[in-house]
Design a protein around this ligand. Sequence first.
Ligand SMILES: NC(=O)c1ccc[n+]([C@@H]2O[C@H](COP(=O)([O-])OP(=O)(O)OC[C@H]3O[C@@H](n4cnc5c(N)ncnc54)[C@H](OP(=O)(O)O)[C@@H]3O)[C@@H](O)[C@H]2O)c1
Length: 180
Amino acid sequence: MTDAHILVVGGTGMLAGLTEALAGDGGRLSLLSRQASRFAGPDNLTGYDVDYLDKAAFVAALEAAGPVDLAVAWFHSVKIPAARRLAERIGSPRGSGRLFQVVGSATGDPTHLDRLATAADVAANLPQCRLRQVVLGFQIEDGRSRWLTDAEISGGVLAAVRADQLYTVVGQVAPWSARP
Ligand SMILES: NC(=O)c1ccc[n+]([C@@H]2O[C@H](COP(=O)([O-])OP(=O)(O)OC[C@H]3O[C@@H](n4cnc5c(N)ncnc54)[C@H](OP(=O)(O)O)[C@@H]3O)[C@@H](O)[C@H]2O)c1
């Protein structure tokens, strides 16, 4: 869908590689973060400088960006109300849209399986928003455990988007006791 509108929240840091790759697909890409306009991208990328903790400003940026076909969102906490405002904007006159919710490794903690379900509430009762979840895990390499690199995070989330996977773990979250 090269004429799709893709929106990325928090795509200037560890997800910069994903932002660049999705912008390279063509279509229109909106990037929302506090300093999004500093992100060097192709002409089809528009940066909206906004703090997602400022709900009114975030809603205004979403309205300026327009209806969303595909969103990838990295909020530093699943409790940020702006995430729900984003989910409400998913879908366009073309039909429903997809929201890839990127969440930290704490959602992979087997003693807190409720965390992933709580995170999924962001799209509850929003039939236009088809939710997919991507958990950032860790990596065991040469017998040593480490956190993911930015390249691994961007590549893993991008692969989840390309394959349209409902649930993805980038790296691993098991055994949980092996995390760094
Ligand atoms: N399991 C794992 O392996 C794992 C999980 C999470 C993080 N990490 C690592 O930890 C590092 C740091 O994580 P990080 O959260 O700082 O990720 P990051 O992706 O490097 O930076 C946060 C992103 O969110 C935006 N952002 C932050 N606060 C915002 C706000 N209030 N409003 C709007 N946008 C906001 C930032 O852009 P602006 O500055 O322009 O606002 C940036 O795009 C990452 O580089 C990653 O390697 C690892």
